[in-house]
Ligand binder design. Structure first.
Ligand SMILES: *[C@@H]1O[C@H](CO)[C@@H](O)[C@H](O)[C@H]1NC(C)=O
Ligand SMILES: *[C@@H]1O[C@H](CO)[C@@H](O)[C@H](O)[C@H]1NC(C)=O
Ligand SMILES: *[C@@H]1O[C@H](CO)[C@@H](O)[C@H](O)[C@H]1NC(C)=O
Ligand SMILES: *[C@@H]1O[C@H](CO)[C@@H](O)[C@H](O)[C@H]1NC(C)=O
Ligand SMILES: [Ca+2]
Length: 584
């Protein structure tokens, strides 16, 4: 409280009222799990993404933009704050590196300063639409919304606190992937329940409990049995929740017209705030599974359901750009487009009739994908457009980071970031403008959970970017994914350690096929420089509260579960039903 009060004070001194009107607007578009090979302007000649391509033609393409961690939660936390996720306790030591439940208590601490907070203090109206995935409540007996977007600088939220998941499929033959992956689900549940009944029976048999307690325990065990066998049925309602600000407005959320809904909210927000300045963070539920499209985009692409999803997302981007054009805001609006990490290689359809069809993103020439240290996991399709600054159709090929967004936005808006906060990203406005071609980062660390698996190294001199890989996931032989675990894991038996580390010349070998000879002196020197950088970086990491503790991430706090109508937790948001007649 005191810190944010101080922040308001500092910022209001720095920002005088009359330059507010000259500030750029910001439209920040985040796509979920989109691969770099899925986009026309990044080399795809069969998928149609004319609107994203238009952005690139009118702005700059960032060919080597990286996320510091290849899964949703940590990547998004870094994006919003400009800091490595480990600085906010979001580097997981567990098998999972993302949040999975609404009734859990981990999240991005509200003490973190997001770009929305910086801009809001500078007079911006801010909104986030779509996926959040940075937590909801911290531990409390009531609801405290500690991790909610409205507590992180956003004035308006319409979206899911969690993410879109396979459980959310609303088509009849949709799937419940987690249960399917956990092959022996019903066997495990039966074992659990038989054990429970046996224990109760034995307790009674040996006279440890009386008949009254025995009956109560039987009732209790029966409730447990009912709940466990119905996890697949309930999980959709628990997981797939849509909020409008703090209110639960749809549960489980309906997918079919979801992109239309987010698009309508996006264009309305721009319209309502055309006098500016505004920040719109449009965070698509697409193109994560379960796949879904509205009527107009069903069966339109050359790449099955996945391609349809990409093309509908592109359409939505097009509506947002058209709204900026229509209101003559294009010139004064900084647009940034990115994916939160690479495509999900292991997402292969198991739907009857479509078995084997790829449902995850395509990472083009890059190796691996989501949850991996390889380029397919961390190099993301990225475009920035801002006509007054950025030359049309330009490209940047030096390594940049998604963490650069916060300092860059702050710089463009003329806001100072408090000096006591460690920011890992850098202000790249001059690089975007084509004025300063110097690489902004000599070292970029690639985290998998709590561990640094690799480092991208761009020496200050010369034109080569290197990658040093210390640890890599054990892939299913003959594939580029970890098909046994559905997503690659970060440590233990699931990874290989490389000593000496593998070194790649990313400039000439972007697919990471040919490690350089580590007996050569120049390669040894690179390894030693990178080792040194890792040690220096680790020295700057201060211990903070770990958010990925087992008791934080499990759904152990049912009273924190958003539920619009107890006990059924079922409702629909009835605004806009007539999608055929809506003007976007
Ligand atoms: C274009 O994207 C589709 C869908 O992800 C993919 O199947 C195809 O291989 C891509 N084409 C190229 C040239 O990368
Ligand atoms: C769907 O396509 C029809 C025919 O082209 C068009 O009139 C309608 O506006 C489209 N709907 C949406 C939501 O774009
Ligand atoms: C950088 O690359 C360009 C061609 O891509 C080459 O002409 C130039 O000599 C290189 N500079 C250095 C310092 O290696
Ligand atoms: C989506 O919109 C179409 C066209 O307006 C409508 O027929 C359909 O029922 C809607 N679907 C849902 C789930 O609301
Ligand atoms: Ca994601």
């Amino acid at each position: 409280m005191i810190v944010s009060g101080l922040l308001v004070l500092i910022l209001s001194v720095l920002v005088s009222a009359d330059d507010v009107t000259h500030k750029p607007n910001f439209v920040i578009i985040m796509v979920d799990d989109l691969g770099i090979g899925d986009v026309g302007c990044f080399g795809n000649d069969t998928i149609r993404t004319p609107n994203i391509d238009r952005l690139a033609a009118e702005g700059v393409k960032l060919n080597h933009n990286m996320v510091p961690a290849p899964t949703c939660t940590p990547s998004r936390a870094a994006f919003l704050t400009g800091r490595y996720p480990i600085r906010m306790g979001l580097a997981s030591r567990l098998a999972g590196t993302m949040f999975g439940y609404n009734s859990a208590i981990g999240g991005m601490p509200s003490s973190e300063i997001t770009f929305a907070e910086l801009l809001k203090e500078a007079g911006y109206t801010t909104a986030v639409l779509g996926k959040w995935h940075l937590g909801l409540h911290s531990f409390s007996f009531g609801r405290n919304f500690e991790f909610h977007p409205l507590n992180q600088g956003f004035d308006f939220f319409y979206g899911t606190p969690l993410t879109h998941m396979n459980e959310c499929a609303d088509i009849p033959n949709g799937r419940i992937s987690l249960i399917k992956i956990w092959d022996n689900f019903y066997l495990h549940m039966t074992t659990l329940n038989v054990t429970l009944y046996t224990i109760i029976g034995l307790l009674r048999y040996f006279g440890k409990i009386g008949p009254g307690v025995f009956k109560l325990m039987l009732i209790f065990a029966t409730i447990i049995a009912y709940l466990t066998y119905n996890i697949p049925h309930f999980s959709r309602r628990y997981v797939c929740v849509f909020l409008k600000n703090y209110e639960t407005v749809e549960q489980p959320f309906r997918l079919q017209n979801m992109t239309l809904r987010l698009t309508k909210y996006a264009t309305s927000f721009i319209e309502e705030n055309k006098e500016g300045p505004f920040l719109l963070y449009l965070s698509f539920l697409k193109v994560h599974t379960a796949l879904f499209t509205s009527k107009n985009f069903t069966g339109v692409s050359k790449h099955g359901q996945y391609g349809d999803n990409v093309e509908e997302m592109d359409w939505s981007v097009g509506r947002v750009l058209a709204k900026l054009d229509q209101l003559q805001l294009t010139k004064n609006t900084f647009v940034y487009f990115m994916s939160d990490h690479g495509g999900h290689v292991e997402e292969i359809s198991i739907e009857p009739g479509r078995e084997g069809e790829r449902e995850g993103g395509w990472n083009g020439i890059y190796k691996g994908g989501k949850a991996q240290v390889w380029e397919g996991g961390v190099r993301v399709p990225t475009i920035a457009r801002y006509p007054p600054l950025i030359p049309q159709g330009s490209e940047i090929s030096v390594p940049t980071s998604s963490m650069d967004v916060t300092p860059t936005l702050a710089s463009l808006a003329g806001v100072k970031i408090p000096r006591d906060v460690t920011i890992d990203g850098v202000d790249i406005t001059k690089l975007l403008a084509g004025k300063d071609k110097a690489p902004p980062h000599e070292f970029l660390f690639i985290y998998c959970g709590a561990w640094i698996h690799g480092v991208t190294h761009r020496p200050k001199t010369g034109n080569v970017s290197y990658k040093v890989v210390f640890t890599s996931p054990k892939l299913t032989p003959g594939t580029e994914g970890c098909f046994n675990t559905w997503l690659c894991r970060c440590h233990g038996e699931h990874v290989d350690h490389h000593d000496p580390p593998l070194v790649y010349d990313l400039t000439h070998d972007p697919s990471e096929r040919h490690p350089l000879d580590s007996t050569k002196n120049e390669i040894k020197e690179i390894i030693s420089k990178v080792h040194h950088a890792v040690v220096q970086h680790e020295d700057t990491i201060e211990p903070v509260t770990e958010q990925f503790k087992l008791f934080n991430v499990l759904p152990l706090y049912p009273w924190l579960q958003p539920c619009c109508s107890f006990p059924f937790c079922s409702c629909i948001d009835e605004d806009c039903e007539d999608w055929d007649r809506i003007d976007f």
